[in-house]
Ligand binder design. Structure first.
Ligand code: ZN
Length: 159
């Protein structure tokens, strides 16, 4: 069957950036599974999987606008290091922060001159995504999966 809304789609993938660096891959894991049409994967990839079927392979190139968004300069913050109360802060560390219900994950990008540079953008914001996808299975979602909002069984939730 072809992929349409409420299809459960299983696929293997390798995600690379424009320079060919591998960012993520399902290699060595079970195929990733999602319910099509629910916004569970980035919009640009979901669009390009529409109408495909098991056994199909494709290279889906997804611009940031349809991936993890462009880099928002307002999510780059410079804060005094003493705000961290003596806690050791190093580049690469991540933590939750935010206010007024807008919690987000911030990554420390630099520590210099008593200040910490924080980036609240998604790590893949601004990146054009190159997905090599191999669709392994397409089936209809069960009523239970639709009510739970996730896939049961292989590649999904086991409960
Ligand atoms: Zn469930």
């Amino acid at each position: 069957m072809q992929i349409t809304n409420n299809s459960v789609v299983s696929f293997h993938y390798t995600l690379k950036d424009a320079d060919g660096n591998t960012l993520d891959s399902s290699e060595g894991r079970e195929a990733f599974a999602y319910i099509h049409g629910g916004g569970m994967i980035v919009p640009g990839l979901e669009e390009q999987l529409e109408g495909k079927k098991a056994g199909d392979s494709l290279l889906a190139v997804v611009a940031p606008e349809k991936g993890y968004g462009n880099i928002d300069p307002q999510l780059m913050h410079k804060v005094p290091q003493d705000r961290f109360g003596g806690q050791q802060v190093e580049p690469g560390m991540q933590f939750q922060a935010g206010e007024q219900g807008e919690m987000g994950v911030f990554t420390v990008v630099a520590v210099e001159d008593g200040h910490v540079m924080l980036n609240g953008n998604h790590p893949l914001a601004g990146v054009t995504l190159h997905f090599n996808v191999e669709i392994t299975n397409v089936r209809e979602a069960t009523a239970e999966e639709l009510s739970h909002g996730h896939v049961h069984g292989e590649g999904g939730v086991h409960h």
